[in-house]
Design a protein around this ligand. Structure first.
Ligand code: AMP
Length: 249
């Protein structure tokens, strides 16, 4: 079985981003960039499937600027066998990414695509669902456990108030939740080995995909600053404030 893992290059989760002065977006110039954390979990899951003998090949794919090669090198160092870069210098919205990934799926014919449940920069939580819809594949989102057997994926999902387990026939799309696994650390020898692997480059044109944005960002603003807290002398005063000021009890 071949597993395709789309990985997105995003601002590192430790970086505090600021809104640009013209309110057109956030300023990411010179910010540290990393692999989207949910995608690290997706790579880890795919590599574990390979280690168990369930999968034979793990292919990582990233859509975006040339620097996405770094993200793909990390995927290779984590255990992916091959990497594909879909080079696009313009902004890619989730629908465009889903269309590019669908075109890559048609070329590569994987039986499983494991994506992150959301990218921590746009928080869209759309690409996996759109990809499944474009391909006509089943989908199991927010997976916290995945077992593959006889052409079927058995996926446990964290839902409000408990765990839901469902089965989905392959080929399918799975998106990862935080508790699916703990990704391994990238070791220096594996980073060195990953440097030697080649990354295939494609373009949206070659894949026949129109990536023109469909959504227009009107304005991005900083969240309102939080007002300072107050010290209360005792529990009775706290309860009084919660009841009469905050009106939450
Ligand atoms: P989103 O729908 O933007 O929240 O992203 C969900 C998931 O889709 C991510 O965790 C990635 O697995 C995948 N994805 C989104 N954008 C890209 C991209 N530019 N390149 C590769 N994968 C992507």
């Amino acid at each position: 079985m071949k597993v395709l893992v789309p990985v997105k290059r995003v601002v590192d989760f430790n970086v505090k981003v600021h809104v640009k002065s013209d309110h057109s977006g956030v300023d990411v110039a010179n910010a540290k960039m990393s692999m989207n954390p949910f995608d690290e979990i997706a790579i880890e899951e795919a590599v574990r499937l390979k280690e168990k003998g369930v999968a034979q090949e793990v292919v990582a794919v990233s859509c975006g600027v040339q620097a996405c090669q770094e993200t793909l090198r990390t995927a290779l160092a984590l255990g992916a066998d091959r990497a594909l870069l879909v080079l696009a210098e313009t902004e890619l919205q989730p629908l465009a990414v889903a269309k590019l990934l669908a075109a890559v799926v048609r070329r590569e014919a994987p039986e499983l695509a494991i994506l992150g449940k959301q990218a921590i920069d746009d928080d869209a939580n759309q690409t996996g669902q759109m990809l499944a819809a474009l391909l006509g594949w089943g989908q199991a989102t927010f997976a916290s456990k995945v077992e593959i057997d006889s052409g079927v994926a058995r996926v446990t999902r964290e839902v409000d108030g408990g765990l839901e387990t469902l089965t989905v026939k392959l080929p399918a799309v799975i998106t990862t939740d935080l508790r699916l696994n703990e990704p391994r650390y990238v070791t220096l020898p594996n980073i060195m080995k990953a440097k030697k692997k080649s990354i295939e480059s494609l373009t949206p044109e070659a894949l026949g995909v129109d990536v023109a944005p469909r959504l227009e960002t009107l304005e991005v603003v900083e969240p309102a600053p939080r007002s300072a807290g107050v010290m209360v002398p005792d529990v009775a005063a706290l309860v009084d404030k919660l009841k009469n000021e905050a009106k939450v009890i």
